[in-house]
Write a protein that binds this ligand. Structure first.
Ligand SMILES: N[C@@H]1[C@@H](O)[C@H](O)[C@@H](COP(=O)(O)O)O[C@@H]1O
Length: 242
C-alpha cells in the first residue's frame, strides 16, 4: 500500500483528480470505477473544472459505480445514480449509456449478474476510486462480508444507516439494503485510489493499514492488492504507526 498525506482537503482532491485525468489522457477508453459519499465530491469538482478549462475528453470512457440503494430508482434524489449524474457525469462529455450504476430496482439477482458481466465485457476496471466507512466498509461491503463476494444484495448495518441519514430527511428514510460490488469484484480492479479525510476516519484507516486482514474490517483486504494508494489528510492519517 502506498500512502500520500496532504495538509488540506483541497490539495488532496487536486491530486486525486490529476490521477484520474492522467489515466483518461493516457488511455481514452479507460474504465473508471467511481464512488459516492462526500469523500469524492471535491475530486469530482476538480475533474469538472479541468474538463471545462482544458477540455479533457471523456467520450470513450466507461464508468462503473460501486453500489446503489435497493428501492431507489435513478430519478430519486438520494439514489447513487442521481448523485453521480448531478455531481459529475452530466458535467463531462461522457455518453450516459457508457456509465453504469448497479440497478437497485426490479430483478436484483439479474441486476447483480449483469453488472458483473458488463464489467468483464468492458475489459475490467482500470482505476477504482474508493471511500471508506467509519466501520471499514468499502462500497457497501459491511464488516462480516466474505472476501470472495461478487456483486450482491447486502443488508446495511444500523451504523451505516445512521451515518448516511444526513443525506435523507430521517434515518427511517434510508434504505435498509443495497446492491454492491463484492470484495472480490473490487480486488479484481487494476489500480485503486482510496480517499479519506477527517478525524472520523482515523481509526478505520489505522485498522485497514496496520491491523490484521480480517473480514471484520473489510478494507483490510486491500493490504493484499498489488496497486493501492491511499490519499489521506493529516487527520485521517493521525493514528497510523509512524
Ligand atoms: N457506500 C458508500 C461508500 O462507498 C462510501 O465510501 C461511504 C463513506 O461516505 P463518506 O465519503 O460520505 O464518508 O459511504 C457510503 O456508505
Amino acid at each position: 500500500m502506498q500512502i500520500q498525506i496532504f495538509q488540506d482537503e483541497e490539495s488532496l482532491h487536486r491530486a486525486v483528480a490529476k490521477e484520474l485525468i492522467e489515466a483518461v489522457k493516457t488511455k481514452p477508453n479507460t474504465v473508471l470505477g467511481l464512488s459516492t459519499g462526500s469523500s469524492p465530491l471535491g475530486t469530482y469538482a476538480n475533474m469538472i473544472k479541468d474538463h471545462q478549462v482544458s477540455g479533457t475528453d471523456y467520450s470513450d470512457v466507461v464508468t462503473f459505480n460501486l453500489d446503489e440503494y435497493v428501492g431507489l430508482d435513478g430519478t430519486h434524489s438520494q439514489s447513487y445514480r442521481y448523485f453521480m449524474n448531478t455531481s459529475l457525469l452530466n458535467h463531462l462529455n461522457i455518453p450516459l449509456n457508457q456509465t453504469n450504476v448497479p440497478n437497485g430496482t426490479g430483478d436484483l439477482k439479474e441486476a447483480c449478474e449483469s453488472y458483473e458481466a458488463k464489467i468483464v465485457s468492458a475489459g475490467g476496471i482500470d482505476l477504482q476510486l474508493l471511500g471508506i466507512g467509519t466501520n471499514g466498509h468499502i462500497g457497501f461491503n459491511e464488516p462480516g462480508t466474505a472476501f470472495d463476494t461478487r456483486t450482491h444484495v447486502t443488508q446495511l448495518l444500523q451504523e451505516t444507516i445512521d451515518g448516511n441519514a444526513r443525506f435523507f430527511d430521517s434515518a427511517a428514510d434510508v434504505p435498509k439494503e443495497a446492491v454492491t460490488m463484492g470484495i472480490d469484484t473490487i480486488m479484481d480492479v487494476k489500480k485503486i485510489i482510496l480517499i479519506a479525510y477527517g478525524s472520523k476516519k482515523a481509526a478505520a484507516i489505522r485498522e485497514m493499514v496496520n491491523g490484521p486482514v480480517t473480514d471484520s474490517m473489510p478494507a483490510s483486504i486491500l493490504q493484499k492488492h498489488q496497486d493501492v494508494t491511499l490519499f489521506l489528510d493529516e487527520e485521517a492519517a493521525s493514528l497510523l504507526k509512524k
